[in-house]
Design a protein around this ligand. Structure first.
Ligand SMILES: [Cu+2]
Length: 126
């Protein structure tokens, strides 16, 4: 029981993804390091920006999900829009809306491995 608690605490620390700007309007999201969600919340995305998810495919995946699934981390209820499991996922943010992404490996989403990306129409957002 104590061991499980420690594992969970570690997971909460380690399961945050790193953001990195890779060029004009392109952003790389990789495993390890500090909070991707807080970074995304502070950053203004515009239509046409690109997110590149890069991670070890045996350790993580990326699902684009509904808002409800984002908050519940429960992917059993039909809230999954797209599943990406290859370790490399390049998504063009083509629509002005909120994109919801989570990692579906057991405990990862609940541990904080999720991100909401708010995309607005171009011009003046940043
Ligand atoms: Cu993960």
């Amino acid at each position: 029981m104590g061991r499980g608690t420690v594992a969970r605490a570690l997971a909460a620390v380690l399961l945050l993804w790193r953001w990195q700007r890779a060029g004009a309007g392109e952003y790389v999201v990789g495993d390890v390091a500090f909070g991707w969600d807080s970074w995304a919340r502070e950053h203004a995305f515009a239509v046409g920006d690109v997110l590149v998810f890069q991670y070890v495919s045996s350790q993580h995946n990326v699902y684009e999900v509904s808002e409800g699934t984002y908050w519940s981390c429960d992917t059993g209820g039909g809230g999954v829009r797209v599943k990406y499991t290859s370790g490399y996922y390049r998504v063009v943010l083509a629509e002005a809306r909120t994109y919801w992404f989570i990692c579906d490996l057991p405990g990862h989403c609940l541990g904080g491995m999720k991100v909401a990306v708010n995309v607005s129409t171009a011009a003046g957002g940043r």
